[in-house]
Design a protein around this ligand. Structure first.
Ligand code: GDP
Length: 450
């Protein structure tokens, strides 16, 4: 999202709904929205004379007063609209021809096609929502499972903003005290009690750490948990993928090396999306195509949150694979229908038959339990956005520097410099402009009288 552009003088238009439905909503927003809509729309009264928050039934007409469609128009007057500008939402029949004609006419009358995210960008610039909430709007539209919806909706309702706002307030207060000391530097006074300062920084550090710590889960809930299905050729990886997603996505065959490339498919288990990658069997081969598949397999394994390692009941052995510290590892023995007894099979693995759908539910439960959501209450704040995570990481680094500066009794200006950096990075998340905030905080709380 480009947040630097401040040109909100144009009146923008765009369909707000995807094509193919019975009705379509076209949204028009900007200072000329009502004037342009009045040129298109014939109803009982002119929209220019109507109140905000009203609905109007009528017709959309072309330049020759020919009816294009019967429509309902919703009118929102500035500043009480999503963008903060005058906004008109026209509900029409879901025909591509009608929509295209309406857009063409509106553009002829002075509207401009909106760019991606422009309505929300304007809402942000108008102060209708902060940046993290604006970003959550996109997440909520993209949400496709109970948990991705929950994470986005908590963020959109201002989950972060309130918490970050509190942290920033506290830091601004500290900064004000330290900067006050600079003004009185010749008198060697200490307005900011160093012990108190250190306690507050520790507390803020814990809160930043807890937000950062929630990212792994938050990101998995938002984007889906990636699961790499790995094992020797022919152990039943493709069959298992098909069983897990309950459709024939991957090709199953007795010929080793059939899956020459990674195949991805996803499904929702108890409200969480899992993205499975059926990998090419790891084996030594001269086949260039298969080698490329194996290389991709290795990359898929590196990126996965969970590795499901399969061996066949005929030969229940698992080759070592390298895991990183955050990866979950599940061992599975497939084709148990081919052995008389499972007693001799390793008991640290799940025993399944992908072909006969035995043990698949147990594997699903095991996968689901790796995403530990049981302690998460509906209002808990979970960081799911990479940009926020990076900003929190930078804030955390600055916080460690501030604590070191404090420990080493460094001068107030150096400590305040680090605190400014923390404020800056926290402000990056909400889109606040930090230096003005600091000035405001200093002058609003202290009457220095200089
Ligand atoms: P991959 O190479 O690891 O992906 O293995 P496939 O899924 O292509 O399966 C290889 C062969 O094993 C196919 O003939 C499958 O039908 C068979 N197979 C897979 N799972 C089972 C199972 O649970 N029981 C039996 N008996 N055969 C299976």
């Amino acid at each position: 999202m480009n947040i630097t552009s401040t040109d909100t003088s144009t009146t923008i238009i765009a369909p707000a709904t995807a094509s193919g439905g019975a009705v379509m909503v076209v949204r028009l927003s900007g200072s000329r929205a009502i004037e342009i809509a009045d040129r298109l729309f014939r109803g009982r009264q002119r929209l220019a004379d109507a109140d905000g928050y009203t609905l109007h039934y009528g017709r959309v007409v072309d330049q020759d007063e020919q009816t294009i469609d019967d429509v309902v128009v919703a009118l929102f007057r500035a500043p009480h609209s999503y963008t903060g500008d005058d906004t008109v939402e026209i509900t029409l029949h879901g025909s591509e021809y009608i929509t295209a004609t309406l857009l063409r006419l509106a553009i002829e009358y002075g509207a401009t096609m909106a760019t991606a995210g422009e309505f929300t960008r304007r809402a942000f610039l108008a102060g209708k929502m902060d940046l993290s909430r604006a970003e959550a709007v996109a997440d909520i539209i993209a949400s496709d499972s109970r948990w991705s919806h929950r994470v986005a909706s908590t963020q959109m309702r201002g989950g972060y903003s309130a918490k970050l706002g509190e942290l920033r307030e506290e830091l601004l207060r500290l900064c004000s005290l330290l900067e006050l000391e600079l003004d009185f530097s010749e008198e060697d006074v200490e307005f900011a009690d160093r012990k108190q300062l250190s306690d507050i920084l520790s507390r803020i550090g814990e809160q930043i750490e807890s937000l950062r710590g929630s990212f792994a889960l938050g990101n998995a809930l938002k984007s889906g948990i990636s699961v790499a299905i790995v094992g020797e050729p022919n152990v039943g990886k493709s069959t298992l993928l098909n069983a897990l997603i309950e459709e024939d996505r991957a090709m199953v065959s007795d010929i080793a090396g059939t899956t020459r490339d990674t195949i991805e498919a996803s499904t929702i288990i108890d409200g969480i999306r899992f993205r499975f990658v059926d990998t090419a069997g790891l084996r030594t081969t001269d086949d260039t195509l298969e080698q490329m598949g194996i290389e991709r397999t290795r990359r898929a394994i590196d990126r996965a949150n969970i590795i499901v390692h399969i061996a066949s009941a005929d030969c229940p052995k698992f080759k070592d694979i390298d895991l990183n510290a955050e990866q979950h590892y599940i061992k599975v023995i497939n084709k148990i229908d081919r052995v008389n007894s499972t007693d001799t099979l390793p008991c640290d693995a799940l025993h399944i038959s992908a072909k006969q759908s035995i043990g698949i539910d147990a594997l699903r439960s095991k996968l689901r339990s790796t995403a530990n959501t049981s302690n998460l209450r509906s209002n808990d704040i979970v960081v799911s956005n990479m940009r926020h995570y990076e900003a929190l990481t930078s804030a955390n680094e600055a916080l460690q520097n501030a604590r070191t500066a404090l420990c080493n009794n460094l001068p107030a200006d150096l400590i305040s410099e680090d605190i400014r950096t923390i404020i800056h990075h926290l402000g990056e998340i909400t889109g606040a402009i930090t230096s003005d905030d600091i000035l405001h905080s200093i002058f609003s709380k202290f009457c220095i009288g200089k």
